[in-house]
Ligand binder design. Structure first.
Ligand code: FAD
Length: 293
C-alpha cells in the first residue's frame, strides 16, 4: 500500500518548523528519520496533510558535553549514538541498548528524537531515558520546556508533546563514579522489537546499591521506571529481598497481550530480567541463579 496524498515542506530552521506546525496543528507531522512515520503512512495508519521535514536542521544534530550534562540533539541518529566516544564514556547504557534497535539500515536513518516522540512501548531508548534520569527538551510556540523522562511518556505512542511542539534535545546526567549498567532484552531475533526488556543504571557503594533505576520496556503501555528498585537500595541484597522486589515488580506491571507473548509470560520475563540484572550489577552471579524460577 502507498501513503495517502500529502503536502511536503522542508523546514529551513527550528523557527520555520515551529511556524509550520503552528499553522497546521494536528494535521501536520514532523519527519525526522522516517523509519516509523513512513511505514505508518504507507500502512494508512496515519494520513497527515502536511509533512514537516526537519532532517536538514544541523542545529538539532550532535552530542556535546556541557559540564556534568551530556546533550544529545534530537536528530542524532542511532548509528551516531552507537559510535560516539562521549556516549561510550558517559552513558554506556545507551550504547549497549542502541545495538539492539532494529538493523544497520534503520539505525543509519532513525533518530533518538524520533524514537522518543514515537513512544513505542517496546522501544529500547525510552526505557534508557528512564534509567538514565534524562530530561527531554521540547520547543513550541510558548518557548522551551524541560520534561523529566518519567513524565514524558503517557501511553502507547503517546507523549506530553503537543502537535505544535518539537522535541529538540535530550539531556543526560553523566555517569558518576561507582556506576554500573545492565541492558538485556528478550526478542525472537536480534533487531526485532523486544518481548520484554530491561535498561538499568546503578551506583554501587560497598557492595550495596546507593541508587538503582530500572527501566522496563514492552511490559505495559509505556516504559516503566520500577518502584520495586527501592526494595534493593541501601540493603544487603539477599534472596528474600530479591523475592520481595520481584513481587513488588509484579504488582506494578500491566503487560499487554499480543501475538508475541501473554501477560503472564511477560511478567515472568520481567522477573527473570530483574534477577539477572541485579546479579550482573552487583557482580554476584548466585543471585541470578533463580532466574528461571
Ligand atoms: P520518524 O519516523 O521520522 O518519526 C516518528 C514519529 O515521531 C512521527 O510521529 C514523527 O512525527 C515524530 N517525530 C519525529 N521527530 C520528532 C521531533 N523531533 N519532535 C517531535 N516529533 C517528532 N525501534 C526500536 O526502538 N527498536 C526496534 O527494534 C526497532 N525495529 C525496527 C524495525 C523496522 C523494520 C523498522 C522500520 C523500524 C524499527 N524501529 C525500531 C523504529 C526506528 O528505531 C525508528 O528510527 C524510530 O522509531 C523513529 O525514529 P525516526 O527518526 O525514524 O522518526
Amino acid at each position: 500500500m502507498k501513503a495517502a496524498a500529502f503536502a511536503y515542506a522542508r523546514a529551513t530552521s527550528v523557527a520555520n518548523a515551529l511556524d509550520l506546525l503552528a499553522a497546521h496543528g494536528d494535521k501536520a507531522k514532523v519527519l525526522s528519520g522516517g523509519q516509523s512515520l513512513m511505514p505508518a503512512m504507507n500502512l494508512r495508519l496515519l494520513a497527515p496533510e502536511l509533512i514537516v521535514d526537519i532532517g536538514e536542521l544541523c542545529e538539532l544534530r550532535g552530542i556535546s558535553l556541557r559540564g556534568d550534562t551530556l546533550v544529545i540533539g534530537a536528530l542524532t541518529r542511532h548509528v551516531e549514538l552507537l559510535k560516539s566516544p562521549d556516549i561510550a564514556a558517559h552513558a554506556p547504557l545507551l550504547a549497549d541498548a542502541v545495538a539492539h534497535v532494529a538493523h544497520p539500515a534503520i539505525r543509519n536513518r532513525g533518530t533518538i528524537g524520533g524514537s522518543l516522540a514515537h513512544a513505542d512501548p517496546a522501544s529500547e531508548l525510552p526505557a534508557c531515558m528512564l534509567a538514565l534520569a534524562a530530561t527531554i527538551v521540547a520547543r513550541g510556540p510558548g518557548g522551551e520546556r524541560r520534561v523529566a523522562a518519567e513524565a514524558f511518556f503517557t501511553g502507547i505512542y503517546e507523549t506530553v508533546l503537543g502537535p505544535q511542539e518539537l522535541l529538540v534535545a535530550i539531556e543526560l546526567p553523566v555517569a558518576k563514579g561507582n556506576s554500573a549498567h545492565y541492558f538485556h532484552e528478550f526478542a525472537r531475533r536480534h533487531g526485532d522489537y523486544a518481548i520484554a526488556g530491561l535498561a538499568a543504571q546503578a551506583r554501587i557503594d560497598g557492595g550495596k546499591f546507593a541508587e538503582l533505576r530500572l527501566g522496563f520496556f514492552a511490559v505495559g503501555d509505556r516504559p516503566v521506571l520500577a518502584k520495586a528498585a527501592s526494595k534493593l537500595v541501601g540493603v544487603d541484597v539477599m534472596p528474600a529481598a530479591l523475592a520481595a522486589a520481584c513481587a513488588a515488580l509484579d504488582a506494578e506491571l500491566d503487560p499487554q497481550d499480543d501475538q508475541q507473548a501473554s501477560p503472564d509470560m511477560r511478567r515472568h520475563l520481567a522477573r527473570v530480567l530483574l534477577r539477572r540484572g541485579v546479579a550482573a550489577l552487583l557482580n554476584r552471579p548466585e543471585l541470578g541463579a533463580e532466574a528461571t524460577a
